[in-house]
Design a binder for this molecule. Structure first.
Ligand code: NAD
Ligand code: UFG
Length: 350
């Protein structure tokens, strides 16, 4: 059970999770096309582990390839057989995630995210690997006002990216139903993953200008962007700005380990689980916290609401706490400190 196939392992969430899994002694086979990342993140993973005296020789295999190509996926499984380190589980991060890009180019998103996942599942069946943890998103939910979202709330995405995530969740349910005595599947619905590894060596390398609030704040702090434009000051919230559930990237990584550990210990099953902190933070609160923790001023001005935004997106995380025995350990101050440490040490990314 010690060999895991990680798709998209060089990306933001993948690299932090790979670091944690290597620390826990797993062997990783990583497939990544580097379409939105680079190998440098995984070099940093090795550096952090070597700084801690952890030897990962023979524990990490990186294959450049694309999940849209079935042969690339097969190559990884074959390699694990040849090395007698047979893959038993998959963590599936590979995917495109820009909402705006998905609206402009839905084919790209359906082909990459949905067709890529179909390829992956077919190859898993071929190699008799039936354990998978999938990166889903809170974007699948139909928004509610001012109350946390439960896993069984109505799902109704409003953009192509969200449609691909919900479609994959449904595909996974169908696959599970086709052979429920074998498959162990967890769809993890992430809320807003932010921050960076506490070393400052690993973080989010938003290639180009980011669209999300957290990397925008760190880029304003470093002087790359003049100010934050806050989208809306009249939302029905404490201070009129949008509320989100920001989760530290290392808490999210720990959530993957907890989900995989649970799946492998328990009977075959299909799970859908929110990974969030359950705590809402407004845009203004996030900016104020970043300013206070790091002693930096973040200039901002107010702009119109962004199309498709919601006032309040916060997880009910009681299911994750109960069945995975997982608890987010880091708070919004830790998020602001660690993200700034990463940005300061890596002003231009990796
Ligand atoms: P990321 O862009 O940093 O990482 C995605 C990784 O997948 C990259 O390394 C990229 O090169 C790789 N990839 C993409 N398409 C591929 C393909 N066809 N073949 C091989 N590799 C491919 O993004 P992230 O933030 O780390 O997100 C990881 C997953 O989590 C994605 O599926 C994303 O949709 C999901 N997710 C992210 C967020 C978020 O806010 N970051 C929220 C919810 C869900
Ligand atoms: N915001 C601003 N100004 C900006 C960017 C964002 O005020 O320049 C505000 C938004 O209006 C919102 C909050 O900051 O109130 C958070 O916005 P983000 O763009 O950082 O994050 P979202 O919650 O909109 O979306 C993110 C990911 C999606 C994912 C979703 C899951 O971008 O891909 O979380 O809930 F699906």
């Amino acid at each position: 059970m010690k060999s895991i196939f990680v798709t998209g392992g060089a990306g933001f969430i993948g690299s932090h999770t790979c670091l944690l899994l290597l620390e826990k002694g797993f062997t990783l086979f990583i497939l990544d096309s580097f379409v939105t990342s680079s190998q440098k993140s995984l070099k940093r993973v090795s550096l952090i582990l070597s700084n801690k005296g952890i030897d990962i020789k023979g524990k990490i295999y990186l294959v450049e390839g694309d999940i849209k190509n079935k042969y690339d996926i097969e190559r990884v499984f074959k390699m694990s057989f040849e090395l007698n380190k047979i893959i038993k589980s998959v963590i599936h991060f590979a995917g495109l995630k820009s909402v705006a890009e998905s609206v402009k180019n839905p084919f790209l998103y359906w082909e990459n995210n949905v067709n890529g996942t179909i390829n992956l599942l077919k190859v898993m069946v071929k190699f008799n690997c039936k354990n998978i943890v999938f990166s889903s998103s809170a974007t699948v939910y139909k928004a509610k006002s001012n109350v946390p979202l439960f896993e069984n709330d109505i799902c109704e995405p409003f953009n192509p990216y969200g449609n691909t995530k919900l479609t994959i969740e449904r595909l996974l349910k169908d696959i599970y139903n086709s052979d429920s005595s074998q498959w162990r599947i967890a769809s993890l619905r992430y809320f807003n993953p932010v921050g960076a590894h506490e070393s400052g060596l690993l973080g989010e390398d938003a290639l180009g200008k980011p669209n999300n609030i957290y990397p925008l704040i760190t880029q304003v702090a470093i002087g790359k962007i003049k100010e934050i434009k806050i989208f809306g000051s009249d939302w029905p919230t404490v201070d009129g700005t949008g509320i989100r559930d920001y989760i530290h990237i290392m808490d999210l990584a720990e959530g993957h380990f907890a989900a995989l550990d649970y799946l492998l210990k328990e009977k075959p099953q299909f799970l859908t689980i929110n990974l969030g902190t359950g705590i809402g933070t407004s845009v203004l609160e996030l900016i104020r916290c970043f300013e206070k923790v790091n002693n930096i001023e973040i200039p901002f001005s107010f702009d119109n609401r962004r199309v498709g935004d919601n006032a309040f997106v916060v997880a009910d995380n009681s299911l994750a706490k109960k069945i995975l025995n997982w608890n987010p350990k880091r708070n919004i101050d830790d998020i602001c400190r660690d993200g700034w440490n990463w940005q300061l040490k890596n002003p231009n990314g990796y």
